[in-house]
Design a protein around this ligand. Structure first.
Ligand SMILES: *[C@@H]1O[C@H](CO)[C@@H](O)[C@H](O)[C@H]1NC(C)=O
Ligand SMILES: *[C@@H]1O[C@H](CO)[C@@H](O)[C@H](O)[C@H]1NC(C)=O
Length: 499
């Protein structure tokens, strides 16, 4: 922005000529004051003095975006990691949007671990701007490769939207207005060669906060879990959180972070600098309980705000869209046809590859406890271990004992999975729900505008099957997928009956 101010900066008076050898302390003092004057001019001069309005010249998209969405305020954030993590961030984003009364921009489902945050407890995370940039790049890549699937295509938010507790807009619909790109959804082959990708990348840099905050246009939240725990409780605003980096870490990493609890409404709501911005952009909204506190978002109840209290209750459990739930039921009815146990065995990834013993032990114990049931015992297995590698493990043992056990599982290439993917894409819940700028030809059901590559719904259908297992569920300790199934079993109204 400096070059704007440069044009109308007063020309400094030339120095009185002096011989270098005779520079007095007074000279240095004068120099110091002059520098201070210059600096303060740079940073404190009111922007309105500038003959150029930064908003109009540098960011024309903001003005035209505001014209297209009069009065509407938006919120976006940068999801990351695996699906279960993205879902929990999505819930936090719905909550933030509700509290700040902003329209939530619904993101796509990101590829598993394509974007990673880092570790909050170790105070080693991507900055909000870095993660927003990474997410935007990935979004553009999903569009380019025809693999874009909205979070709302998978997770059913229709009851939230229809009860108008939150307003939403699909990221594609938002970005087509924000970036001034027409026909964004039907992102066809011809576009690949064009400058469309470039313009998307470019407008992403404003969206990500790379250009900083722009008055009345974007407010890019620049705090993260190293310094902030969001609350919705003004009487603890500004207080230290109970979890702080310890001295050893501070010394080793040379960090000076202090974690404070901040009221999100007070910080970003009415009366704040952020309030007037059309778009408020968070970084990650990942949180998790840690050492008696929360890593980033600590909003579990809102006793003084009935609207938010009911929103918190509503988002505790968000079901999958009907197409996915019904695929789960179909599999149970047509393929399993008997009471069954579900085993979720995460064996290959990261922390899980060293815990085979514990994982199999809990399954063995559960299976032993079912010995009284009529044989064979039906077990639905969801695992990342390829079938060819089962030999030698407890899974191989179960698979080999067909008199006592019958194992069931789904594969990515099964017709049920691919057909469900087509149904989900055709339903297009994401683009149909929420705020749709119709003038742009978005939100229609034009054939050929769906993603060209059907999404991989295997995990979600598996979870739907497991949510209904009458003989119980054995999950992998520490797996967010297991937590998600437990939640579905607790809150989902599974209408399937034991056959
Ligand atoms: C929220 O925003 C909408 C539209 O932007 C407005 O009509 C409504 O009154 C606001 N609600 C609250 C609780 O501030
Ligand atoms: C699974 O089997 C393949 C091929 O037999 C082998 O290369 C691979 O190392 C195995 N993986 C594990 C985790 O055992």
């Amino acid at each position: 922005m400096n070059h704007f101010l440069h044009t109308n900066r007063p020309t400094p008076k030339p120095w009185p000529t002096r011989k270098p050898s005779h520079r007095s302390p007074l000279f240095f003092l004068a120099l110091l004051f002059f520098l201070l004057f210059l600096l303060s001019y740079y940073f404190l001069a009111p922007r309105s003095l500038s003959p150029f309005s930064p908003l109009k010249t540098q960011f024309p998209q903001c003005a035209s975006f505001q014209a297209a969405t009069p009065g509407e305020k938006f919120l976006w954030y940068a999801p990351h990691s695996g699906f279960s993590n993205q879902l929990s961030e999505f819930k936090n984003a719905i909550l933030m949007a509700g509290i700040l009364n902003r329209t939530l921009i619904v993101p796509p489902v990101l590829d598993h671990h394509e974007v990673a945050l880092g570790s909050c407890p170790k105070f080693r995370v991507l900055s909000p701007t870095e993660i927003r940039v990474a997410v935007w790049d990935h979004v553009v890549e999903l569009l380019r490769s025809g693999r874009y699937v909205s979070m709302a295509d998978i997770v059913d938010i229709s009851s939230l939207v229809s009860s108008s507790v939150v307003r939403t807009i699909d990221l594609r619909a938002f970005a087509s207005l924000w970036c001034g790109v027409k026909d964004f959804v039907c992102f066809n082959e011809a576009h690949k060669q064009s400058s469309l990708l470039d313009s998307l990348k470019q407008c992403g840099s404003l969206l990500s906060g790379l250009r900083g905050n722009v008055d009345k246009c974007i407010y890019a939240v620049d705090v993260d879990c190293r310094t902030t725990v969001w609350t919705y409780q003004h009487d603890v605003h500004g207080m230290l959180d109970s979890f702080q980096p310890d001295e050893q870490l501070k010394k080793k990493k040379k960090i000076s972070y202090v974690r404070k609890r901040r009221d999100v409404y007070k910080t970003l709501g009415p009366g704040s600098e952020a309030e007037s911005a059309t778009l408020v952009a968070f970084g990650s909204l990942f949180t998790s309980p840690y050492k008696g506190s929360e890593l980033y978002v600590d909003i579990h109840e809102a006793p003084r705000d009935q609207r938010i209290q009911s929103l918190i209750e509503k988002i505790e459990f968000l079901p999958f869209v009907p197409e996915i739930l019904s695929a789960g039921k179909t599999f149970v009815d047509k393929n399993i046809e008997a009471p069954f146990l579900c085993a979720q065995l995460r064996l290959l990834d990261g922390q899980f590859k060293n815990h085979w013993k514990a994982t199999f032990l809990s399954l063995r114990q559960k299976v032993e406890s079912l010995r009284q049931s009529p044989l064979p015992i039906h077990i639905f297995v969801m695992t990342d271990l390829p079938e060819g590698n089962w030999t030698g493990s407890y899974l191989g043992e179960l698979a080999g004992d067909s008199r006592n056990f019958k194992l069931h599982f789904l594969r990515e290439e099964d017709e049920l999975v691919t057909e469900t993917a087509k149904k989900v894409m055709a339903a297009g819940h994401g683009l149909r729900s929420g705020f749709v700028p119709k003038s742009r030809g978005i939100g229609g059901s034009k054939e050929g505008c769906h993603s060209r590559i059907v999404p991989d719904l295997l995990l979600y259908i598996e979870e739907a099957v497991c949510s209904c297992a009458p003989l119980g569920f054995v999950g992998t300790a520490g797996s967010t997928i297991a937590q998600s199934v437990e939640l579905m079993r607790k809150c989902g109204r599974c209408t399937m009956h034991a056959v």
